[in-house]
Design a protein around this ligand. Structure first.
Ligand code: FES
Length: 189
């Protein structure tokens, strides 16, 4: 969820009342409302209203689990680590809006995925976590996530608004890249 001022929020998908998925709820003003019993949480995660007991002051200890979330480089970065100093890649934000394209999961270790990106992405500018460049002429940014030793996720956004057919073509390309890495890994084993 995003605050009215645009600040990103990321919470565990579990209501602290009875465990309902908060993602099934809705945002009203600056509050997230749980779909089950309608408890309302403000942007700090504090429960502000319990509809069944409108005169009750909700206990301050009732709060969803919140994660550190930062919007940077046109990508939402969320840290589930219990630390406020987890590094977030520093890249200037694109001047135009970004459009989410696809998160692609590779069954391959991160170095191998990066090697493939080097050969597939034009004008690639790459660090440990962020790749920028162009695929088939489309300017992209990608967050590179090492999930574990054999799994890497690449979260791709396009810079600017794209026609639907270009998005479809780009998704196909990303899947081809993913499949080529997976095929290569299987051939080596
Ligand atoms: S489970 Fe969310 S308000 Fe009851």
């Amino acid at each position: 969820m995003a605050r009215a001022d645009g600040t990103l929020q990321a919470w565990a998908d579990r209501c602290p009342h009875r465990g309902m998925r908060l993602s099934l709820g809705f945002v009203r003003g600056d509050r997230l409302v749980c779909l089950y019993h309608g408890w309302q949480f403000d942007v700090e995660g504090a429960c502000r209203q319990v509809p069944a007991h409108p005169n009750m002051t909700p206990p301050s200890t009732v709060s969803p689990v919140r994660y550190r979330a930062v919007d940077r480089s046109g990508i939402a970065w969320v840290s589930t680590a219990d630390s406020s100093d987890t590094a977030v890649p520093e890249r200037p934000a694109p001047e135009t809006a970004t459009e989410p394209i696809r998160s692609v999961w590779f069954t391959a270790e991160t170095g191998r995925v990066i090697d493939r990106l080097r050969s597939e992405v034009e004008d690639l500018d790459l660090d440990e976590h962020v790749a920028t460049g162009r695929i088939d002429g489309v300017e992209i940014r990608a967050g590179i996530q090492r999930v574990d030793e054999t799994t890497t996720a690449v979260h791709v956004v396009a810079v600017g608004k794209l026609p639907a057919e270009t998005v479809t073509r780009l998704v196909r390309r990303l899947h081809d890249i993913r499949d080529s890495v997976t095929t290569t890994v299987e051939a080596v084993q």
